[in-house]
Structure formats: structure tokens, C-alpha cells
Design a protein around this ligand. Structure first.
Ligand code: SAM
Length: 279
């Protein structure tokens, strides 16, 4: 069958939020190949029934370039963390929580790890068509807030969970419950995820949240002070780094010094961060 049928993603839904990071990764791979490669984002954008014209029209604007860099830096940060974990646990399961159409697990495949992708049912249905799981992989359709999905994830050889751009849409209480459930079940495992501070969430999410019919950020998960805000149990070891510059200096071809300045502002003022929680 010719691959011409476009695949629909529900508009104004939390699921639709996968479009921006996906397009950002496509754009970054085109603009900054010295920093970032992505072999599937372009093909995936072409297969979706989505009007990319508004994003296309703005793609050379400074702030949109920065947005694309945000998508790429997050993936590079998480890849760093996955590779770090797999060095001591090569057979571990790598679990992408709220995977969208992200291929980070596969980008880090060492040939022995297992790769699990989890998202809401309609996104997993799309994923099954575009990115079917490989022989050591599995796609699970479920709501992450219903912890039954853990019955399908075997972490006996190690487990690294990551959530990229997902917990902004969760209530703080939901993130806490998820973290404590993971810690109870997956000793020796790790969770990697990104957050912003309260001001960052207000600024960066205002448009997205409005589109989704969410009026204000009160109760949503943000992190201003990692140790205090995530001091949920003495058994958790929390460490954090800057999201934009904590892992990579961004001194790559094509990246402007003003982008790096904005990256510093993002990390320091808006508290953009990537956290590691060890169980
Ligand atoms: C901003 S997108 C990020 C997608 C992907 N991680 C990436 O970096 O491209 C957020 C994703 O989280 C998923 N998501 C949000 N809430 C969820 C929930 N309660 N259970 C499962 N997935 C969820 C959405 O469907 C969407 O695919």
C-alpha cells in the first residue's frame, strides 16, 4: 500500500501538544545538523493530517528558532541520561512516558535494552501505524495516572523512565503519586523529566493551556526549588541540571550567541530544568 493516507490527531487536545516538539525536532535537524540529527521527524510530520503552515511561516523567526532548540536540547539531555544508565544496566527497560511520536528510546538502542512507549490510546493508535514497536519494544495505550500500566513493565534488569514535556499538564499531586508508585516498584530505577518554574509555566504554557480550555496554572506541576518541591520521600535522590545548558554548551554551528543568552535566561530565570530521581 502506498503511504499517502494522512493520519489525524485530535485538535485542541493534550494529545495535539506532541506536534510542537515533533516539528521543533524536524526544524532543528534541518537548521542545526551540527547539534542535532533526527531521522524520522520529517517523515512523521509529512504523514500527519495537520496544517503546519503557521509553524512553517514563522520558522526563521528568532523565538521560533529558540523553540525548536528547546525541543532538541530536551531530547539531547534525555539521551545523555539514558546512555548513562545503560552503561551500568545494558538490559534495562527504557520507558517513554507520554511518548507522542518521539523516538528517543530508539535513538539510544544499544541492541539489548527493551523500549516501552506509553501514551493515551489515540496517540498509541497513530504510533502503531507510523512507528510500530520493534522486537524488544512495546507500545502501551493508557492514561499514565492509572498506574495499572506498571503491570506491563518488567524492570527486573533495571528501568529508566523519562517524560519529555509531559508533566506540565499534570497536577502536582498526580506527579507525586506517580513518582512514589515508581519508587516503590522499581528499586534501582530512575526517572528523568523536564519542568519549568511557576513564571516559566505561565509564560510558556499560556497559549497551549488556553487552547486546551485550561484557565490557569494553579495546581499544575512546576518546580521552583527542586529539593523542597520534590521532597516527597527520604528514599528519593533528586538531582537537577539546566535544561538548555546543563548538559551541552550549545556552541554549535548556526546557533547564535543571542540564543545562548536566552538559554541562560530560560535556565536561570524561568527555571527550565531536567531532573533525575533515583529510586
Ligand atoms: C508535549 S507532548 C510530548 C510528546 C513527546 N514526549 C515528545 O517529546 O515529543 C505531551 C504528550 O503527553 C501525552 N500525555 C499527556 N497526558 C497524558 C496522560 N495522562 N497519559 C498518557 N499520556 C499523556 C500526550 O498525549 C502527548 O503525546
Amino acid at each position: 500500500m502506498m503511504q499517502t493516507d494522512k493520519i489525524h490527531i485530535e485538535k485542541n487536545s493534550v494529545q495535539e501538544t506532541l506536534i510542537v516538539p515533533l516539528y521543533g525536532r524536524k526544524m532543528c535537524a534541518e537548521k542545526y545538523p551540527d547539534l542535532y540529527t533526527d531521522t524520522s521527524a520529517k517523515m512523521l510530520c509529512e504523514r500527519l493530517d495537520h496544517d503546519f503552515s503557521a509553524l512553517e511561516a514563522r520558522k526563521d523567526r528568532f523565538f521560533y528558532e529558540f523553540g525548536a532548540l528547546e525541543a532538541a536540547m530536551r531530547q539531547l539531555d534525555i539521551m545523555w541520561e539514558i546512555e548513562d544508565y545503560l552503561r551500568s544496566r545494558p538490559n534495562a527497560v527504557i520507558v517513554d512516558l507520554g511518548c507522542g511520536l518521539d523516538q528517543t528510546g530508539r535513538a539510544c538502542d544499544n541492541g539489548t535494552c527493551k523500549i516501552v512507549n506509553i501514551d493515551l490510546p489515540d496517540i498509541i493508535a497513530v504510533r502503531e501505524q507510523l512507528l510500530p514497536a520493534g522486537e524488544r519494544g512495546k507500545n502501551i495505550a493508557c492514561d499514565l495516572k492509572d498506574h495499572k500500566w506498571m503491570n506491563e513493565v518488567d524492570g527486573t534488569e533495571g528501568a529508566l523512565f523519562f517524560a519529555a514535556g509531559v508533566f506540565h499538564y499534570f497536577k502536582a499531586e498526580d506527579v507525586k503519586e506517580l513518582v512514589l508508585a515508581l519508587a516503590k516498584r522499581y528499586k534501582g530505577g530512575r526517572l528523568i523529566f523536564d519542568t519549568v518554574g511557576k513564571q516559566g509555566l505561565k509564560l510558556m504554557m499560556s497559549k497551549t493551556l488556553k487552547t486546551m480550555g485550561i484557565q490557569d496554572i494553579e495546581g499544575l506541576f512546576y518546580v521552583n526549588h527542586p529539593a523542597k518541591d520534590m521532597g516527597w520521600s527520604e528514599d528519593l535522590k533528586v538531582s537537577s541540571r539546566g535544561y538548555m545548558l546543563g548538559y551541552h554548551d550549545m556552541k554549535n554551528k548556526g546557533i547564535r550567541s543571542l540564543h545562548r543568552l536566552l538559554a541562560r535566561i530560560g535556565d536561570n530565570w524561568f527555571k527550565m530544568a531536567v531532573h533525575r530521581i533515583e529510586f
